[in-house]
Structure formats: structure tokens, C-alpha cells
Write a protein that binds this ligand. Sequence first.
Ligand code: ADP
Ligand code: MG
Length: 401
Amino acid sequence: MKKVVQKFGGTSLASQKSRTQAAKHVLRSKKSGSFPVAVVSAIGRKGDAYATDTLINMAKKTSETISPREKDLIMSCGEIISTVIMVQTLKTLGIEARAFSGAQAGIITDNKFGEATVKSVYPQKILAAIEKKIVPVIAGFQGINENGEITTLGRGGSDTTASILASVLDAECIEIYTDVEGVMTADPSLVETADVIKETNYNEVCELAYQGARVIHPRAAEIAMQKDIPLKIKSTFEEKPGTIIENKITINEDRPVTGVASRKQISFVKISSDNPTEYATCLKIFEFLSQQRISVDFINIRPEAITFIVKKDLSEDVKNTLETKNFNYTISDDFTKVSVVGGGMTGRPGVMAKVVKTLTNKNIDIYQTTDSHTTISCLIKKKYEKKALKALHKAFALGNN
Ligand code: ADP
Ligand code: MG
């Protein structure tokens, strides 16, 4: 039987009206002969009653620290609530559905609470439901480890759940439903002239996602790429084609840049050294951090200082390591990494020059740059994020400029 995995994000589930709209997409697939498997996030966004942040805050209000195990347990509740409410909503449209937690769906992860990796999936229960024409509604963002403990997959984890299930179930397509029209040339909440990227390939979308376009999680795009499962990003609320992502889509070589993105949830770490012996010791930081599976980015190694960025929510762990190992360091949350991304920039001269000129003309200081085949990134002060994105978006003639 043909199957499609449909993932609904928090805002798509925020009200009964939006849940009904989401359910209609499930109904449409069911009618069209591609059996739907739904994956849901927690209802709403930050501040809403069952949103992930609300649940953590509730626990922290009672006692400030929370163990990773308990944190994952409470965080997993948001998605579980969504599954049941979505099953109830589907019933109102005459669709028989069944709710599954990550554990019930057979999603087995490693032991890393808060950022677990899926190791294997035992989808028998899901397949049994499909066999009986019952739509499975699965809690995204979570699994269970081999000791029977509930784990979560980190931010954007529901996208990953959708891709993993699509891969295991051999789905013909993954549909990610969200509150914007698709993957856009910039975050539309920061750049008003952003427009939908109608089609792209996994590499480009992975890179955009990795550089901060949170509309899709990069891991989810990677998993879809491995099995070449077409990935569609669409609006829950508007009947529009959205973005289609497939390997066979070729990049428009005439256009060096496809989109701009920014990462502001970062901490900038600087380790200073006064002499060569100290410098050699400083380099060990990368070993210490990798032992803790903390990945670093934007690394710059100079004799007098080593700088890099880490995800902001890992900065406490980094701080602890730097303290215990007696490093001379500073950590700042004042920076943003802005990037221009495009598969067409490979081998094209002048892109970096244009980025630098554009930011400089706007009096935005650049503290560091990196470039790869598909991306040029600059570290700038957080307060200039919007200004920089708008300027770059315009300079590369993206969207409705
Ligand atoms: P969901 O709850 O549906 O997973 P997210 O908040 O994770 O929704 O992702 C959707 C949001 O991603 C949009 O509301 C938009 O502000 C933001 N976003 C950032 N960059 C982009 C981009 N390049 N294209 C589309 N949306 C983007
Ligand atoms: Mg998301």
C-alpha cells in the first residue's frame, strides 16, 4: 500500500479550527489512495498551555533544577496530548485513527536525554493499524531507550520522527505542514519580501536548515535524502503547492544564492593564550568538547586566541568544561551568524566580496567569516540580524525585491 507521512507542527495544531484544517489534509490523502501516517508536535508555540517550554517551566517553577531524565519525561507529554486530540479531531471527519507515543510506535533511541538519536524502529503496531485502515497518529520528537526510559530528540525533533518513519515504512512522500507557505528565501518574520522556493534539492535545504531556517530540521532532510523520499513543505492553512525537495532537482546555476538564514541561538567562545605552551593546551578544548559530544562551529584558530561557536543551550556545559580545565575564556551571547546559501555559488567568484560589501555599506561589522561550496557565513552583532538579512536578501535579488 502506498503511504505518505504527514507531519503537523505546533501552530498547525494550536486551535480546533487549525486542527480541523490539518485533519482535512489527512482525509485528502486517504481519499487519494496514499495512506496517511500522521506525526504531531506539541500544541501551540512558546507560552501555550501544553507547549514544550510551558511544561519545562512548570517543573522548574517547583524546583529550579530538573534532571535530564525527568525533563525528557515531562517534555514528551506535549506531543502525546496532541496525538489524542488529533485522533479525536480525525473522528469528527469520520476517520478512524489511533494515537501512539514514540515508545508505542517502536522508536528506539540511544541514551542521550534531550538530544537522543534514533537507533532502530519496530513499526509493527503502526503497520498493524495501517493494515486495518486505521490512521496512526504518532507523537513526534520522542522515543524510548533500551532501558525503557523516555527520551527526546531535540528541537525540530518531530521533523526527524516524520523522516525516520517515512524511511522505515517506505513512504512515497513526506509532507511537513507548517504555518508558512514553504521553505522561503528568508525567514518571512524577519524579511517581509521573502518568497517561496518552489523547488530545491536536499543539499540546499539541509544547508539552509543548518544555517537557521528552522522551517525544517536538517536531520530530517538528511534522512529523506538517504532514501530519496520526496519532501514537501506546505502550509496547513492555504492550498498552495509549497516547496518540493528532491535529489533530481537541479540548482539554477544562474543564481549563486537561493536564500539567507541566521542562527541567533549561539554562544561565541573565545579562549586566549599568552604563550605557545598554553596555546597547545588550548587546542585540547576540541578534544574535551567532542568527548561530551558537543559540536562546535565557526572555528578560528590563531596563536593568541581560539574562537568558536556552540549552540546556546549547550553553553553551560561548555562553561563547566572550561572552568574545570582552567581555560582563560569569555563566552558571549551577543552574536548572530548570518549566512547566504546556494548550490549555484560553487566556483563563482565575487560572492564573498558582495556579502562583505553589502554588510559594510550598512555599517555592520563582521567579526569572522567562513565559506564552503554552498554557504558564506558572517558573525555579526545580534542587534543587526534583521538589517543584515534584509540587505543580503536584496543584494542577491531574492524574493519579491
Ligand atoms: P512548526 O511548529 O510547524 O514546526 P517552526 O516554527 O518549527 O514550525 O517552523 C516554521 C517557522 O520557521 C516559520 O514560522 C518561519 O518564521 C520560520 N522560518 C525560518 N526560516 C525560514 C525559511 N527560510 N522559510 C520558511 N520559514 C522559515
Ligand atoms: Mg519545526
